[in-house]
Design a protein around this ligand. Structure first.
Ligand code: PLP
Length: 369
């Protein structure tokens, strides 16, 4: 089921807050340094890490400032408050949530819990695999399943790749770096089938940039599904390091009790205050969504004029082929103080650029023209 805009707003909490779309558009975002940010020699235009160029949100900044003085205390209550706020957002209960220092910590907990059992894990190629080398070093064997010609997850091939030693299948939806989104019904039936024999971890780091619902509603009846989410992207808190898992309560208990010495304890009080406030700053999230769409549309149109083929993106980054591009792309980025990424697939020379502010994307296009 694809979501319409109203459902998307509900997903990010706008409708439950009793506010309508028209009201959000009427709100003005308080001025922040970020919105007038000018790149300098020391601060390049950073289009490499899929960060939100507008965040943290104004409410998060205030909450973080106000909570600094609590940093000398173990403030247990903000842990519970954050868990409850997240659970409410996703319509699950508090015991379905585990907090980590970024979704990276959650992914690490999952890997380490499986590593002692050995076996293999399955992932698409290319996909977000920063964690895969840790998994391999821990003794798990990587099985890569190529994406389709359209750069989509090949869910059928991933199912077919499961064997008796498979401990984990990782699905990044939308996928980093390709920006593609799994068809929702197909993903749900994949999860139902694959979790009969193994654990599926769905990484929804970028799902807030789409209209698709989370698969987190499936966790109540399924102990083998782990949904991983983060405050690092549309919520603009990458440096604050907050992510979480949504899973069955027994699964959360396992990771919280056996894998974290202090369950939910690795995120500091200032970050937690920022995260709680950012969940209520629905106007900011809505603006980030719209600004990202506008800057992405501009960039894709400009790339098309340069005869550069892009994969339709559902995220805050764009995957494109440099096959028809005759200049030295990476040198042009460097000499213009722009941080991009690298070639992910030699065949087709596919690379990725983060969608920054419109101004940053104009600088990017000017640099490569
Ligand atoms: N998952 C995906 C798909 C990512 O792209 C990233 C970071 O870019 C992460 C997880 C890690 O995010 P976090 O900042 O929550 O550790």
């Amino acid at each position: 089921m694809q979501m319409n805009r109203r459902n998307w707003l509900r997903q990010i909490g706008l409708v439950t807050a009793g506010l309508g779309v028209a009201q959000f558009n009427a709100f003005a975002l308080p001025p922040t340094n970020h919105l007038t940010f000018t790149p300098t020699d020391d601060i390049p235009v950073r289009l490499s890490s899929n960060e939100n160029p507008y965040g943290p949100s104004p409410l998060a900044r205030t909450a973080m400032n106000n909570s600094i003085n609590n940093s000398n205390r173990y403030t247990w209550n903000t842990t519970g408050d954050l868990i409850s706020a997240i659970a409410q957002k996703h319509n699950v209960t508090d015991d379905n949530i585990l907090i980590g220092a970024g979704s990276t910590e959650i992914i690490d907990l999952v890997i380490h819990s499986f590593a002692s059992q050995k076996g293999n894990f399955i992932t698409a190629n290319p996909s977000y695999t920063s964690w895969a080398k840790t998994a391999e070093k821990s003794g798990l064997k990587k099985i890569s399943v190529p994406v389709t010609k359209d750069k989509q997850h090949d869910l059928k091939a991933m199912l077919a790749a499961i064997d008796m030693d498979t401990k984990l299948i990782y699905v990044c939806n939308p996928n980093n770096p390709t920006g593609t989104l799994c068809e929702n019904a197909e993903l749900i039936s994949f999860i139902k089938e694959a979790t009969k024999s193994t654990t599926v971890m769905v990484d929804e780091a970028y799902l807030d940039y789409t209209n698709q619902p989370s698969v987190s509603n499936l966790v109540t009846d399924n102990e083998n599904l782990i949904v991983v989410k983060t405050f690092s992207k549309i919520y603009g808190l990458a440096g604050a390091r907050i992510g979480y898992a949504i899973a069955h309560k027994n699964t959360i208990n396992h990771f919280g009790d056996s894998m974290q010495t202090w369950a939910n304890g690795s995120v500091g009080v200032v970050s937690r205050a920022g995260a709680i406030a950012s969940l209520t700053d629905t106007d900011f999230v809505s603006q980030c969504y719209s600004k990202n769409e506008a800057a992405r549309k501009y960039t894709v149109e400009q790339l098309a004029q340069l005869n550069i083929a892009c994969i339709p993106s559902h995220t805050n980054f764009i995957y494109f082929s440099l096959t028809n591009y005759k200049k030295d792309f990476f040198n042009l980025l460097k000499s213009n103080n722009i941080q991009g990424t690298y070639i992910y697939e030699e065949e087709g020379k596919w690379t990725r650029i983060t969608v920054g502010t419109l101004d940053e994307m104009q600088q990017f296009i000017t640099a490569i023209k």
